[in-house]
Ligand binder design. Structure first.
Ligand SMILES: Cc1ncc(C[n+]2csc(CCOP(=O)(O)OP(=O)(O)O)c2C)c(N)n1
Ligand SMILES: [Mg+2]
Length: 798
């Protein structure tokens, strides 16, 4: 139906307008109160020095815009019975969202001591940014938040992640105009190419163009207006501009614009859902151009504040010590006419209480923003039936990631509405291509003949932006679904900062009783440092593990499955787990299978274990422990053990494999940590341990430095030597190869040196021989490529 001019420009009745404006004033009053007041919350007496907080903290500038939008969204949620959540890009506007959730009643329900009355208001003000109170941002403590917004740039990708597979959800996403300058946000506009209007929900981006950041104007405010609109159109949106600094005008315009945008969204969804014609629509978006710090002090000490960057944080400072500032603050607070907004008990007046939606329609109470309450287990096919047969260690080979791909395919099939695979253009190259037997890549760009598995309803999300993969997945998980992110090991560093934020979120929410655990964030890094055959040094970096290990132990797990069956068992565990970040590093190249499925499951349950079949210590004290973590180091370690068994049959060698890296830490440091007693039995208290590790060697020292035998631990790993070369040349470049491991044993086992001098020399020669072979033939020597594990029992002394 065509909307008339009157309804598009002034849809609010006088009464509605007055009520919305009062609600906005109430939210603004409560925001300023949180920033400034320790006491006298309703200004029942003149404001005095002792009513003011000693440290004035928080961000005012963005808050009036956030509250304006919150109030108006309340109106349309009620009018249309919408299921909507609110993502606050400028999350530094924490007091605004706290104020709104208090007004709508959610805050007091979750935090009864902050009741919706005068005493509660006093507590609301006092606790904000106060020691022992609540953080200043839209932190996990804030009802309705899945996005703290502390680190800017991720709001819009979180919004899209929340909308995927949530057909009835509206995600309103406020984006700061400064935030819009970040790389991740700049990429996020592209997300609409992956959003299916029939199957997914809607995202309404609202660019909060208040013109300023902390100290500068914003780029999008200072480019020609036509260019900004053309930019949005170029990204496929239909921009609607709401501009002004007169509240009455802006209320009407914003109400009309939201009505129009929501009508358009309904029409888009109805069309896709009734006709079955799913093409990329032109989704609406809103540009809200209002002054920064709107309704705050126009000038302070002769300088303009409202409408400038000076409104960003605390517009009037030194209030305790400057009577003029105190007077100005009181005038500012009274400008909202609190006596009209709150009754004698400090409760919002009935007209305000009646404005927001009720129950779970309140944005602070919407279950989608507490995804754990909606989380349903995945239907997981039995991973054991995907096992590769292993009749003896090393008796067959497999591409571990490809084997996993078969299982992932069936996970996708069994969970058509709550599991997604995310990757930056590498799902097939990471050998998970079996997924495409049952689904496609989601894509609503223009199709072209010859496209490979692209479709609007695909369940794989591939975009060449690790940021987007990470952000979409976070949004998807935080709203109660499951997923797996597969990426190059080196380039997953692109999301280092994002994963920090997610880890913080997980850490804090573990201890917020009303937040329910969400599914873990799972990474599969299968194009790893040791096998960049097509690439080279730029693609070689195993440091993401180091980055992850810095996080709070209770939320991070790192797994290095050495073969296909252990990878299956590990991933099955990860997809069942909750509230962790699981990093799994496993190769995609053909490699030996060491363990049968039963052995693999047992080994993964232990996390770290002695491989009896590779050891010849016969249950006695070994002379040396060969430890390994990672598929390539495991291969080299076993090859080294094989050499030792052949050439030094009297040497008692114990082979230990580590799948769960966190087992190395003391139990006081990590829930998976081994007791010292247990660790000592495996790694001995006094024998050399030669540890071949997938990543940077220092990490193993760091994890084990408190262990009894740490002084005998010698770690080989990646030491930043890389290039485009053969797999064995790569390990030789980093002294992680089998020959070097044997040399390490000879050099470290007391008394072995002289006895093994010949072997040592042979090992040095072997390295040279193998290196020469690569230089001459361009591939690894047959002694490497054709090496197979032999049972030490069958080894005869040469
Ligand atoms: C990635 C990142 N870089 C820098 C900051 C520091 N910072 C906090 S607020 C802000 C300005 C934000 O401006 P804008 O997005 O326009 O928000 P608003 O004007 O609504 O406050 C900056 C730079 C940050 N929080 N995150
Ligand atoms: Mg701004």
């Amino acid at each position: 139906m065509e909307t008339t001019l009157e309804t598009t420009t002034a849809p609010l009745s006088e009464a509605e307008l007055a009520r919305l404006d009062a609600y906005w004033r109430a939210a603004n009053y409560l925001t300023v109160g949180q920033i400034y007041l320790l006491d006298n919350p309703l200004l029942r007496e003149p404001l005095r020095r002792e009513h003011i907080k000693p440290r004035l903290l928080g961000h005012w500038g963005t808050s009036p815009g956030l509250s304006l939008l919150y109030a108006h969204l309340n109106r349309v949620i009620v009018a249309r019975d919408l299921d909507a959540i609110y993502i606050t890009g400028p999350g530094h506007g924490g007091p605004a969202i706290v104020a709104n959730t208090w007004l709508e009643g959610t805050y007091s329900e979750l935090y009864p001591s902050v009741s919706r009355d005068e005493a509660g208001m006093a507590q609301l003000f006092r606790q904000f940014s106060f020691p022992g109170g609540i953080p200043s941002h839209v932190a996990p403590e804030v009802p309705g938040s899945i996005h703290e917004g502390g680190e800017l740039g991720y709001s819009l990708m979180h919004a899209y992640g929340a909308a995927f597979d949530n057909p009835d959800l509206l995600v309103a996403c406020v984006i700061g105009d400064g935030e819009a300058e970040t790389g991740p946000l700049a990429a996020s506009w592209l997300s609409n190419v992956f959003l299916n209007p029939a199957r997914d929900g809607a995202v309404l981006p609202i660019l909060h163009l208040n013109g300023y950041k902390i100290a500068n104007p914003t780029v999008l405010d200072r480019i020609p207006r036509d260019d900004l609109e053309a930019l949005m159109r170029g990204y496929g949106y239909q921009p609607h501009v709401v501009e002004g600094d007169d509240p009455t005008t802006v209320h009407q315009l914003l109400a009309a614009t939201l009505d129009r945008a929501l009508d358009d969204i309904s029409a888009i969804q109805r069309h896709a859902r009734t006709t079955g014609e799913v093409t990329r629509p032109r989704w609406p978006m809103v540009v809200l151009r209002t002054p920064k710090g709107w309704t705050g002090p126009a000038t302070v000490d002769g300088q303009q504040v409202e409408g400038t960057f000076r409104a960003h944080q605390v517009p009037i400072s030194q209030v305790r010590d400057n009577p003029e500032h105190l007077r100005q603050l009181e005038e500012w607070l009274r400008s909202y006419r609190p006596e009209e907004l709150f009754d004698a008990t400090g409760t919002p007046v009935p007209d305000l209480v009646a404005l927001p939606p009720t129950g779970e329609r309140r944005m602070g109470a919407n279950p989608h923003a507490n995804g754990g309450v909606l989380l349903r287990d995945l239907v997981l096919p039995d991973f054991r039936s995907y096992a590769v047969p292993v009749d003896r260690p090393g008796g067959s080979t497999a591409e571990a990631a490809r084997v996993l791909g078969g299982w992932i395919r069936d996970v996708i099939r069994a969970n058509p509405d709550r599991f997604r695979l995310f990757g930056p253009d590498e799902v097939a190259s990471n050998r998970l291509g079996a997924a495409f037997e049952v689904t496609d890549r989601a894509f609503l760009g223009a199709p072209r003949d010859g496209d490979d598995h692209l479709a609007p309803d695909g369940r794989v999300l591939e975009v060449l932006s690790e940021h987007l993969c990470q952000g979409w997945l976070e949004g998807y998980l935080l709203t109660g679904r499951h997923g797996l992110f597969t990426s190059y090991e080196a380039f997953i560093h692109v999301v280092d900062a994002m994963v920090n934020q997610h880890a913080k979120w997980l850490k804090v929410t573990r201890h917020i009783p009303w937040r329910r655990p969400v599914a873990s964030l799972n990474y599969l890094l299968s194009s790893h440092v040791w096998r960049q055959d097509h690439n080279g040094f730029s693609h070689q970096d195993p440091g993401f593990i180091d980055h992850i290990v810095n996080k709070k132990a209770e939320v991070v797990r790192v797994y290095l499955p050495p073969d296909a069956n252990t990878l299956l068992s590990t991933m099955n565990h990860c997809l069942r787990s909750r509230h962790y970040i699981n990093v799994v590093v496993a190769g995609k190249q053909a490699a030996p299978n060491w363990l049968s499925m039963d052995e693999a499951a047992l080994h993964c349950r232990r996390g770290l274990g002695i491989w009896d079949w590779a050891s010849n210590d016969g249950g006695q004290q070994p002379d040396v422990v060969l430890a390994c973590a990672g598929d390539v180091p495991t291969l080299e370690t076993l090859a080294a053990a094989d050499l030792l068994h052949r050439h030094l049959p009297d040497l008692k060698v114990r082979v230990v494999n580590v799948v769960d890296l966190m087992r190395l830490q003391p139990e006081s440091e990590h829930p998976h940590g081994m007791s010292d007693h247990q660790f000592d039995t495996v790694f001995t208290t006094d024998r050399p341990v030669i540890f071949a590790y997938h990543g940077y060697p220092w990490l193993i020292h760091r994890l084990t430095y408190r262990r009894t035998n740490h002084c005998n631990l010698h770690v080989r790993g990646y030491k930043e030597e890389g290039t485009t070369t053969t797999p064995f040349d790569m390990v030789m470049l980093n002294d992680l190869d089998r020959y070097h491991l044997v040399i390490d044993v000879i050099d470290r086992v007391p008394g072995l040196g002289a006895r093994a001098a010949h072997l040592r020399q042979a090992m040095v020669d072997a390295r040279q021989r193998c290196r020469d072979h690569t230089r001459r033939h361009g591939e690894d020597a047959p002694e490497i490529t054709e090496w197979r594990w032999t049972d030490p029992g069958t080894v005869s002394t040469p």
